[in-house]
Design a protein around this ligand. Structure first.
Ligand SMILES: C[S@@+](CC[C@H](N)C(=O)[O-])C[C@H]1O[C@@H](n2cnc3c(N)ncnc32)[C@H](O)[C@@H]1O
Length: 301
């Protein structure tokens, strides 16, 4: 099929996850000013603007390339949104720059977009590319540095904690031995090393042996968990009474942070999702990348 219009191409690059569920929850308070902390290609923002004609969205993303595509996707809504290239951990600086003290809701759709996964920026072991994995290409830390410069113990810790990988120590040792001979430069080299640690009968499981290690390194490079913790705390300073916090997470570590945050602040946030909302069978069939998504939401009281 020939894809001609950029908008069609963009839409194929990332399917927004739990789109209706998350934006319906966000807009349930009938507000007018929302912050999309993970703008991506603008899928969720677009629905917010479509569904609530009075809404204005402040979109934040630290990926320049995503922002360019979001602008394309949101063209028809010009004047109803503004976009910042920033880490969402700095959402206070963004809102202060806009002179905004209170908002009606924050949306977080965490992790990486398909645009990033399918790019040649080193996020995926399925695409051979230099080890990079930076969402923000201006930052200094890259996957290359983590893989080639971190001490073995630190590598093992990251792969264990962020990848929940049982073979973390062996993988770290193998990486360190290999890099003594020559730097590990590409996703394919790293994936092959990780795979070699797995006993042959475990190499063809449900997920590729390199999945967890790649996830761990990506989380480290982008400081994903730290940013999330900082940002969630900051939302409390800006949410109006009745304002909503809606978070879609994709792995257990993120979900735990969100769940604990909502629990810890039960004096300030009423939990709107007793159990996390997960994608329907139909959504998972249509978009397998959505399968691990969990949506939690709270309302400022
Ligand atoms: C799953 S995608 C969002 C997709 C978007 N909801 C859509 O429908 O197009 C996650 C996005 O969040 C961005 N992101 C992740 N962590 C971030 C952070 N700490 N600060 C700013 N942007 C971040 C990524 O660059 C990526 O574009």
């Amino acid at each position: 099929m020939e894809i001609s219009r950029p908008e069609e191409k963009n839409n194929l690059m990332h399917k927004p996850v739990l789109l209706e569920e998350s934006t319906d929850l966000l807009l349930g308070n009938k507000g007018t000013l929302y912050v999309d902390c993970t703008l991506g290609l603008g899928g969720h923002t677009k629905r917010v603007l479509q569904k609530n004609p009075k809404a204005f969205v402040i979109g934040i993303d630290r990926d320049e390339e995503a922002i360019e595509l979001a602008k394309e996707n949101l063209k028809e809504f010009e004047g109803r949104y503004t976009i910042y290239k920033a880490d969402f951990a700095d959402l206070d600086a963004v809102l202060e720059a806009e002179g905004i003290e209170q908002v009606d809701g924050f949306l977080f759709d965490l992790g990486v977009s398909m645009l990033q996964l399918k790019s040649e920026r080193g996020f995926s072991f399925q695409i051979n590319a230099p080890l990079d994995m930076r969402m923000d290409r201006e930052q200094k830390l890259t996957a290359y540095k983590v893989v080639n410069e971190y001490p073995e113990k630190e590598l093992a810790r990251i792969i264990w904690e962020y990848g929940e990988e049982r073979l973390s120590r062996k993988i770290a040792r193998t990486i360190v031995q290999a890099r003594k001979k020559k730097p590990i430069e590409t996703t394919a080299e790293l994936a092959k090393l990780v795979e070699s640690v797995y006993p042959p009968k475990l190499r063809h499981g449900r997920i590729h042996p390199a999945t967890r290690t790649f996830q761990a390194i990506r989380i480290e490079v982008n400081r994903e968990l730290e940013s999330l913790k900082i940002a969630l705390e900051k939302t409390l300073d800006f949410l109006k009474v009745g304002g909503r916090l809606v978070v879609i997470s994709f792995h257990s570590l993120e979900d735990r942070i969100v769940k604990n945050f909502l629990k810890e602040h039960s004096d300030k946030l009423k939990i709107l999702t007793k159990k996390p909302i997960t994608p329907s069978e139909e959504e998972v069939r249509d978009n397998p990348a959505s399968r691990s998504a969990k949506l939690r939401a709270g309302e400022r009281v």
